[in-house]
Design a protein around this ligand. Structure first.
Ligand SMILES: Cc1cc2nc3c(=O)[nH]c(=O)nc-3n(C[C@H](O)[C@H](O)[C@H](O)COP(=O)(O)O)c2cc1C
Length: 178
């Protein structure tokens, strides 16, 4: 089991696994800086998770405050791992294609170029998933072949680990909050 130093944790605009990810952050006491993409902030609000995350005593950044300093943080050794959880199919596609024009895709690119290990929890990992709306209704989602293809491509990037469920967040030994 690998133990990491400070973690950079990016929350993208995914309803699927949003609550489970925030449950993990709340219970595990992980020492991480949290970054919301613009959609991440909007979706976390709808799922009523923003106050929860902000109440954890961690540093929280939003894409509006912070656009592209990933280079400094990863190359400078400030972060020892990048986690993107939950990760939308939009972010996965950009990352897999080498696009780096959003907070999450830029961090993915810069972490990769600095050889910082990356852990990704995608929402669209199977041909059918059952998701839950902000009002609590269960709905089937059918990720497209392109979503699954981009995820497969991303999983072949050096240093990238694709997690298959929020439970897999537990397999890593994260640093605890001081
Ligand atoms: C309520 C809500 C829930 C969403 N859930 C998901 C999801 O589970 N998976 C996904 O790939 N996109 C989901 N989306 C769509 C993304 O938010 C959208 O593609 C956005 O552009 C992603 O931007 P980001 O990857 O920079 O965070 C959801 C959107 C809304 C409004």
């Amino acid at each position: 089991m690998k133990k990491f130093g400070k973690i950079c944790w990016v929350i993208t605009g995914a309803g699927h696994f949003m609550a489970e990810t925030c449950d993990f952050l709340a219970s595990a006491g992980v020492s991480a800086d949290i970054y919301f993409t613009r959609a991440g902030l909007e979706v976390a609000r709808r799922y009523r998770q923003i106050e929860r995350v902000e109440g954890l005593g961690l540093r929280v950044f939003r894409e509006n405050d912070f656009s592209s300093s990933g280079l400094v943080f990863f190359a400078g050794g400030h972060y020892e791992a990048l986690v993107i959880a939950p990760a939308t199919s939009n972010t996965i596609a950009k990352c897999a294609l080498g696009i780096a024009d959003s907070l999450a895709s830029n961090f993915f690119a810069q972490a990769g170029k600095s050889r910082v290990p990356i852990f990704v929890l995608p929402t669209d990992a199977e041909s059918e998933i059952m998701s839950v709306t902000p009002s609590g209704r269960r709905i089937p989602i059918h990720p497209r072949p392109v979503d699954l293809l981009r995820l497969e491509e991303m999983g072949r990037f050096p240093g990238v680990t694709v997690l298959r469920s929020p439970r897999e967040l537990d397999v890593l030994e994260w640093p605890s909050c001081p």
